[in-house]
Ligand binder design. Sequence first.
Ligand code: BYC
Length: 322
Amino acid sequence: MTVPPVTTAEDLGAQALFDELVANEQRIEPRDWMPEAYRRTLIRQISQHAHSEIIGMQPEGNWITRAPSLKRKAILMAKVQDEAGHGLYLYSAAQTLGITRDEMMQQLIDGKAKYSSIFNYPTPTWADMGAIGWLVDGAAICNQVPLCRASYGPYGRAMVRICKEESFHQRQGFEILLTLMQGSEEQRAMAQDAVNRWYWPALAMFGPPDDQSPNSAQSMQWKIKRFSNDDLRQRFVGMLVPQAEILGVTLPDPELRYDAETGRYAMGEIDWDEFFEVVRGNGPCNAERLQRRRDAHEEGAWVREAAAEYARKQALRQEVAA
Ligand code: BYC
């Protein structure tokens, strides 16, 4: 790709230079000037995304001790560790915008920060590991592949690695469901039940409908988001339909059909009242998820203290040596 010449800040003024970089598909980097609202939007989205990865470890962490074989346990542990890694890349990306990790963690623990609605649903059966991988990581890929082209450099670059790992996560979920669907009557019923429970919350992950999404228009103008919430939902359903056929599961929406004229899927209504209740903190597992995070934070206090003390001693040693 040829990079168009960029006029300097002195020529155009900082705002105009920013606009030009965005318009030319170039990246905004941490030291570049950026509008305050752009910075705030990025901190909001990236920190929510990081929190989602960290809280998202819990529903699957629930099954590590009960995975049905050593192989399944090793895969699940690797996946949950990947989510921790994603959280850390994203907290680091958000830190480049002038917020500290401590501030973000405090907002989460105080219940002031949002994280994805999806992680407030329970995981009562092993098939939930399959449904999460297939549907939740599948939705994450649809949403996050376009974020690899986000205008803010550190966010886009973090997303590249995250998406590669999400793709492995989605396949492992699909494979769990496929194995169950090739098993006994009971196993098939368990897989279908998990798909029935996760399908609608996974569709809601993409956020409210476009006409109720206050942030989309500006975020798309800034090229943080590339597609609207409803368009991504359409892509996701388009990806699921042929995969559901291979699995032999039924997507639990009797109104779902492809409309060749519009090139879009007609679908049943998502329960937006339920979605907003979950986002407000009143989902089936919100309280449990936050309490678990608070406990883990408190139990990890000694690690943070030890790391800070180690850093202090290292700095002192370097000072003495200098
Ligand atoms: N849950 O104007 P809108 C993963 C909020 S982790 C809760 O459309 P925007 C994984 C939204 O924040 C997956 N809240 O917002 C991990 C906004 O409220 P505020 C996480 C939601 O930002 C472990 C309000 O509703 N992925 O994959 O333009 C294991 C209005 O919405 C939700 C990301 O975070 C929701 N579902 O678009 C397995 C991706 N949806 O902030 C898997 C990055 C909306 O104004 N984020 N809200 O108070 C994004 O792409 C965008 O932020 C969203 C929302 C599409 C989520």
